[in-house]
Design a protein around this ligand. Structure first.
Ligand code: PLP
Length: 393
């Protein structure tokens, strides 16, 4: 059978892969704790599910919406952006897609040409590099400092005449790093000065801990905001991963290309999900804060527990998102394996804890553990990892 070069080269998502394997083991009766995927464990707030039920009961299911989303949803998103960021977008500057993942995929299709170079922090979310490659572009990893942050120096080193785009994600997956407004200002200025567009993936923007402040590139003045494409969605903040709603907010000429591609690919995001998202963006945001607090409690509980595991070292305490990203090079030496992937396999098969190999994010020698799981399970998972490691020391 002949496949396209695209299909031959694409790697399946490592986070989805680990999680599927863990779910299969659970179905087989094995008591695996799945810290593999970024899926908040809270149920979607009732006001949101009620809006979806209402949409179903009122027959709002038997029509296509505009490919880029319902006008009411775009208005709700523009209002939410105004409230959260203090920045104004017109509804025609917004496009809704089936999750932030699809929004990013379509953006790469709209912006990246053959051999264009796209700058990504090292480490960064697994799908960016694959989406760039699917569009024919070349992902270029930008080195990060001790705080897992890209700097102007590392950007200068990665820049070539083929660079067209930079992707920034704060709070970041997998490290939980949060960029300050000053840092964003400097990076945004650098991008504008070099004629680059920036995608600001703010999907974890509501999940910031221990008094840190969220800032976004779109708040760094008109010039930087005009070169910035905002991506966000409902999955993480409203515990709505299964509803598949994300959005792009950008200059109208970018949105019109995104919309054209969406009109030939997804058609439209599920109508019921769009009504649910309207309720999420418009409604009382108390639930969002309650979930944030629960994540913060988990972080502060499990961070010292994981730090105490032999061979595990978290170089930087996360300030946002819901992941821990320990360096495990010492653990690999203790256990006697050469790669972090081998450690992942041992942890799954012997400790029955699913985690993701840092190599999937461009940084081998690290693991990613998601704490979007109940506190008791988290404590048990870390105790299992600790018991596993202790037998070797
Ligand atoms: N961006 C980042 C950094 C993520 O970690 C994820 C999900 O894991 C997404 C985007 C995609 O989110 P969605 O569920 O809206 O597709």
């Amino acid at each position: 059978m002949k496949f396209s070069n695209r299909a031959m080269n694409v790697k399946p998502s490592a986070t989805v892969g680990v999680s599927n394997k863990a779910k299969q083991m659970i179905r087989n009766g094995i008591d695996v704790i799945n810290l593999g995927i970024g899926e908040p464990d809270f149920t979607t707030p009732k006001v949101i599910t009620d809006a979806a039920i209402d949409a179903i009961q009122h027959g709002k299911t038997s029509f296509y919406t505009p490919a880029s989303g319902l006008p009411e949803l775009k208005t709700a998103i523009a209002n939410r952006i105004r409230m959260d960021y203090g920045v104004s977008y017109q509804p025609q500057q917004i496009s809704v897609a089936n999750g932030a993942k699809m929004a990013l995929y379509v953006l790469m299709q709209a912006l990246v040409d053959q051999d264009d170079e796209v700058l990504l922090p090292q480490p960064s979310w697994v799908s960016y590099s694959q989406q760039v490659e699917l569009a024919g572009g070349k992902p270029v990893l930008v080195a990060t400092n001790d705080h897992f942050k890209i700097t102007i120096d590392s950007l200068n080193e990665a820049l070539t005449t083929k660079t067209t785009l930079l992707i920034l994600n704060s709070p970041a997956n997998p490290t939980g790093t949060v960029y300050s407004k000053d840092e964003l200002q400097a990076i945004g200025r650098w991008a504008v000065d070099h004629g680059l567009l920036i995608i600001s993936d703010d999907i974890y923007g509501k999940l910031i801990y221990n008094g840190q402040k969220f800032a976004s590139l779109i708040q760094c003045g008109d010039e930087i905001a005009e070169s910035t494409i905002l991506v966000n969605g409902v999955s993480k903040a409203y515990s709505m991963t299964g509803w598949r709603i994300g959005y792009v907010a950008a200059a109208p000429q970018i949105i019109s290309k995104v919309n054209a591609i969406l009109s030939h690919s997804t058609g439209n995001p599920a109508t019921v999900s769009q009504y649910a998202a309207i309720a999420a963006f418009k409604g009382d945001q108390t639930n969002v804060e309650q979930m944030r607090q629960a994540f913060e409690t988990r972080l502060n509980t499990i961070y010292p527990l994981l730090q105490a595991v032999p061979g595990f070292h978290i170089e930087q305490k996360p300030q946002g998102a819901f992941y821990l990203f320990p360096n495990v090079e010492k653990a690999m030496a203790i256990v006697g394996v050469d790669t972090s992937l081998e450690l992942v396999t041992l942890l799954l098969n012997e400790a029955h804890v699913a985690v993701v190999d840092g190599a999937a994010f461009g940084l081998p020698g690290y693991l990613r553990l998601s704490y979007a799981t109940g506190l008791e399970d988290l404590k048990t998972a870390i105790s299992r990892i600790n018991t596993f490691m202790t037998q070797y020391v």
